[in-house]
Design a protein around this ligand. Structure first.
Ligand code: HEM
Length: 496
């Protein structure tokens, strides 16, 4: 009752040293291109929805232009922040125990309905901690970063690419043209899926089945997840109980294949193959099954997004491409030292996650009134129930935080050299891009993702020269962001 009264009187519920300014949905001039919440008409434009929170925010003073909230009487407040110090403090304050934040489950309801809710991604509190412990060793850097593991990933990459290169050579011979226009994202997705299945889980699946059956099925499941999440929100608003049925037979078949792929990924557990060797036997298959589904769908999305963005940026920056080629041209086997030796490639990947993060926002929830403290000692009270969207996409593009004055290059442009400036100044700890998150819920798949992206991006540059077909490099966003053009390039084989 008190809350509704406060909301009707437009009293700001946030307290402390960090100002959080209100987004006035009633004033058309602040609306930007769309409304500041998802509707059936705009849900496929989530980056624009986030941008709406900052439309005309320039008139606010200091931090208030980066920390905004929307409040509709009767509902919990929604806060969007693009303030890196607030983002860092909120990520650090996430986890178990008093005064900690949860990951907001609302944006991942669709994922949970497809995989089961008992996962590392969806759970909070002690249940989350148990999942984290169960999977920690499988993803550990020391177990993944060995020459033996790297060699196996490289073997999968080579096998996949050799077949495609063979076909390309044939095409060039037959057509007498030395180049082809190709969308690389589906090819990258296929390699990522094979590496996850063959090298991480040790699954025995035919590569042709991966390409022709399992990937299209997972794509369908992921599309459904995005629609289902938004439908859930509308049903919640209408207080209607949701039907459990998926009436589309093609979708049913896709979910069936997703189950089958989960079985195939779990089968090698009994032989202790690949990452399964590092999973404690105290966890039953049932304890792990939902997580395996999250890893299959989530990792495929995130790693494909990561490498597809890197290739898309390189396709528009021939000089960056040449610098990577100089680094990788003499590398004949993918050993662990490659990751440290290929410093420019490393900076290309860092810059990719900064400018075009795969996960464009990170959701948090204040379960009770929660004070957070920033690195400079400033404090902020988040009222109980607040949904918080950490808008890393827009934060990383703010001139004030990442621009010419601070890093030597414009914030909204792709310049891997910016990281040389940052490293030279010895302040890389200050410049966090949050591409893998931060704090207790940082991505457990970070090392696996780095391994795969370095191999795929380095390998593509070593084999091909490529340039973008379209000038603009716009995003499309669903579960993750991807280049809108599907990484469409003109591709030529390098002379070997
Ligand atoms: C390489 C590209 C990847 C990127 C850019 C990425 C990004 C992220 C980010 C930003 C988070 C933090 C989310 C938050 O704080 O709310 C996260 C969490 C997570 N990631 Fe990744 N990820 C990648 C690869 C992977 C892989 C390969 C796996 C598994 C095989 C994975 C599994 C997970 C899981 C389960 C979580 C939730 C962890 C928790 O809540 O404790 N990710 N990822």
């Amino acid at each position: 009752m008190f809350r509704i009264l406060r909301q009707l009187c437009w009293i700001n519920p946030f307290k402390g040293d960090v100002p959080v300014s209100r987004v006035w949905i009633t004033r058309p001039r602040t609306r930007g291109k769309t409304l500041p919440f998802p509707t059936r008409g705009n849900y496929h434009q989530p980056i624009e929805i986030l941008a709406t929170f900052f439309a005309k925010a320039g008139t606010e003073r200091g931090r208030a232009k980066h920390n905004r909230y929307l409040e509709i009487p009767g509902f919990d407040p929604v806060m969007v922040t693009r303030d890196p110090e607030v983002i860092r403090a909120l990520l650090t304050a996430t986890g178990t125990g008093e005064g900690r934040l949860d990951r907001d489950t609302m944006p991942s309801t669709g994922i949970a309905r497809a995989t089961g809710p008992d996962t590392l991604l969806f759970s909070n509190g002690p249940e989350w901690k148990t999942h984290r412990k169960a999977s920690a060793k499988a993803f550990g850097k020391t177990s993944l970063f060995t020459d033996d593991v790297f060699e196996k990933f490289e073997h999968t990459f080579r096998n996949n690419v050799q077949q495609r290169v063979g076909k390309l050579k044939q095409y060039f011979r037959d057509s007498n043209i030395g180049e082809i226009e190709l969308a690389l994202e589906p090819e990258i997705k296929c390699i990522m899926m094979e590496m996850l299945l063959f090298n991480f889980f040790g699954a025995k699946v035919e590569p042709q089945d991966v390409r022709e059956h399992y990937i299209p099925a997972i794509d369908k499941v992921i599309d459904y997840i995005v629609r289902d999440t938004i439908d859930q929100q509308f049903d919640f608003i209408r207080f209607r109980k949701r039907k459990e049925k998926r009436p589309d037979p093609e979708l049913e078949e896709a979910f069936g294949l997703f189950e089958k792929l989960t079985d195939l990924s779990m089968a090698p557990r009994s032989e202790g193959a690949c990452a399964w060797a590092r999973v404690d036997t105290k966890w039953s298959d049932d304890d792990l099954r939902s997580n395996v589904k999250v890893f299959l769908a989530g990792a495929l999305e995130a790693t494909t997004s990561y490498a597809a963005w890197a290739v898309s940026h390189l396709a528009r920056n021939p000089e960056c491409q040449s610098r990577i080629f100089e680094e990788v041209k003499t590398i004949d086997s993918f050993e662990t030292v490659v990751i440290d030796k290929a410093l420019y490639l490393k900076n290309v990947l860092r810059e990719t996650l900064r400018l075009t993060p795969s996960l464009y926002f990170l959701p948090r929830r204040a379960v009770s009134d929660t004070w957070i403290t920033l690195a400079d000692g400033d404090r902020l009270l988040l009222p109980a129930g607040t949904h918080i969207l950490l808008d890393v996409w827009h934060s990383n593009r703010q001139e004030e935080f990442w621009g010419e004055e601070k890093t030597g290059y414009r914030a909204d442009e792709f310049h891997p050299e910016r990281w040389e400036t940052i490293d030279k100044a010895g302040c890389s700890k200050k410049y966090l891009h949050f591409g893998f998150g931060h704090g207790p819920r940082v991505c457990p798949g970070k090392h696996l993702g780095e391994l795969e992206a370095s191999l795929v991006v380095g390998g593509i540059v070593k084999l091909f020269e490529f340039e973008a077909v379209t000038e603009k490099n716009d995003p499309k966003a669903g579960v993750s962001t991807k280049p809108r053009d599907g990484t469409l390039v003109r591709l030529r084989l390098r002379q070997s």
